[in-house]
Design a protein around this ligand. Structure first.
Ligand SMILES: [Zn+2]
Length: 142
């Protein structure tokens, strides 16, 4: 979804409200769904600033015990926008158009944990394995 920034580039103080819903975004290790994005872009003395509140539900699998993880996900985004493609610091837009879904996807991606664990005291699958010596009966035949 692209938002048109043309009107607010013209005058400092101009503000453009953003409100959208994204059904789901799939990442390598998890899915974020029921995503609500609310916020605005403001022209702060010629510089465009993006402020977003992102809320959704996170679904993943525990890396230790493989249990399903369902939890709320929320994120605040504060970024400057730039139409200078040589500026790697800020969020790039061109032709007065910003792909807001792409910005949301990138922001979430950068804020996901490296590993999902269902709880701090998850003991994982090993805790459930029977504590027995391996039986090498086949190998012990003479
Ligand atoms: Zn677990």
């Amino acid at each position: 979804m692209n938002i048109n920034l043309y009107e607010i580039t013209k005058k400092s103080g101009e503000k453009l409200a953003i409100s959208l819903e994204i059904p789901s975004i799939k990442f390598d290790d998890c899915t974020i769904f029921s995503i609500k994005v609310n916020g605005f872009v403001i022209n702060n003395q010629g510089r465009l600033e993006l402020n977003l509140n992102i809320n959704g539900k996170l679904n993943a699998v525990c890396a230790r015990c493989l249990a399903d993880i369902d939890r709320d996900f929320s994120l605040i985004v504060n970024e400057r926008l730039t139409n200078d493609e040589n500026n790697p610091e800020d969020v790039y837009y061109s032709n007065n158009s910003l792909d807001i879904q792409n910005v949301v996807t990138q922001a979430i991606s950068l804020n996901l944990p490296l590993v999902f664990i269902c709880s701090d005291d998850c003991e994982g699958l090993l805790a459930e394995m029977p504590d027995e010596e391996p039986q090498n009966t086949l190998l012990s035949a003479e």
